[in-house]
Design a binder for this molecule. Sequence first.
Ligand SMILES: [Zn+2]
Length: 336
Amino acid sequence: MCDLTRRNLLLSTAFMAGAAKAADEINSAVNLAKDVYFHQGDLEHQGHCNNGWIIFKDYVLVIDANFPSGAQNILPKIRALTPKPIRFAFDTHHHGDHAYGNQVWIDNGATPVAHTGVIEEMKRYETGYYDDKPGRWEEAAKERPDVAASHLAPPSVLFPRELYFDDGEHRVELIHLGVAHTHGDAMAWLPKEKILFTGDACVNGPYNFVGDGNIEKWIATLDAAKKLGAQAVCPGHGPRGVETVLGDQQLFFQELSRSVDRRVKAKQSARQVFEAVGQIREQIVAQPRIARYVDKDGIAAQVEKVYNEMTGKSFPPDTKTSHQARLLHRHAHAAG
Ligand SMILES: [Zn+2]
């Protein structure tokens, strides 16, 4: 992760309510309910995503494969809690910080599991694996020794909509609720404990990368997630929260969409919308519920994405937003 992004994360973290608690929990396993754990990854220094794991009667299910170094980081923490075999690693989506550690889990006896959309996304972006020209893995390997030392292992247990793990004591439902952060997001829902692991379909802080998803559909997918009735929400990045985090994440996108929609209806040009990015940012920062979602460097790409979905048009080439979005993506999701 570049210095600029790191500084930005630090600044943004300062906005967050409960920042002290969040910092305390980074890199530690938090027991949420009997046999259910949440682990907030070190995003700032290592690019790691958050993880979860559930200890069933006979095996362990891990939520998100993380980067290879992220997987290596939590393996001993799981082993310290149980001698049971780790059988499954669920990729909430295809991004490197959630799926590139698959091989580490395979080497430790587990099988990567995902929604079928994860494979479709991998085929789209991992051209080095499915084709002969380098894709995202190769790009990440240039900057991350852990990726360079491993190799891409796509999930091999796939589900088109839902997959349930239920041993009578614990039940975990892996569910695809629609397009959101990517076209292959799935969440892990624990109906008995009312805990929801969302992957990056819901984050808790300035971590929304929008390049691979669809914001309009994302808002609808969050509606479906809200209907589950979660009491605890474990996001893909940022500190754990309660059910309001889903609504906060949704409101951030709704506010972005409302701002852009007003400008589109007023027949503003792409350049005018681009020039309004600072104003849109200020309007969102002024709202306590969603100020923490504002990434100073990333918001232009988010506004452009909404604008593109509404009009089919991009910002003028000289605004370099798409280049910036690619860079942000690389730092947030591939290179860490
Ligand atoms: Zn992601």
